[in-house]
Design a protein around this ligand. Structure first.
Ligand SMILES: [Zn+2]
Length: 152
């Protein structure tokens, strides 16, 4: 396995490091990166001392919204978010799950008001690892492997 891969450095943009390697292409899709003209580099199955394997995504000229960052923290909890400005690291932080998750996730209860009317979904995070969330409207509890993200 390749220990280190040189991915073209970017002038301005975002680097997502320590991604769950199986989620890299899903994140690309959920961020709509497959439909933009931004320069994108992706790598999967890189060696990581912490995680075993990891994935990386670098995107030029894109800075993630709060909602996008939360979405990544849900599907790849160990991720690191790095902001690059003028080839230098401007900030670097490990993502953490919020206490409540708004939008992003769909309630799996078909009778929930969020599935009947245009009500924004909202969930309380009960457990972070593995993720366990509760819908604030119908109190339906959703386990990690049943979580459905909008846009999937
Ligand atoms: Zn619900």
């Amino acid at each position: 396995m390749v220990k280190e891969i040189k991915i073209a450095s970017i002038k301005d943009g975002t680097v997502l490091d320590h991604l769950n390697t199986s989620m890299v292409f899903k994140i690309v899709q959920l961020l709509n990166l497959d439909k933009t003209n931004n320069g994108i580099s992706c790598a999967t199955n890189l060696e990581s001392t912490k995680l075993g394997t990891k994935g990386i995504i670098k995107v030029s000229d894109k800075f993630l919204t709060r909602e996008e960052v939360e979405m990544i923290s849900i599907i790849s909890p160990a991720a690191t978010l790095v902001i690059i400005q003028d080839y230098a690291i401007q900030s670097k932080r490990k993502l953490d799950l919020p206490e409540t998750i708004r939008k992003i996730i769909k309630c799996s209860n078909p009778k929930c008001i969020t599935n009947m009317e245009s009500v924004t979904t909202q969930f309380d995070v009960l457990e972070k690892k593995p993720l366990l969330i509760k819908c604030v409207y119908c109190e339906h509890i959703i386990e990690n492997n049943q979580i459905h993200i909008f846009g999937e």
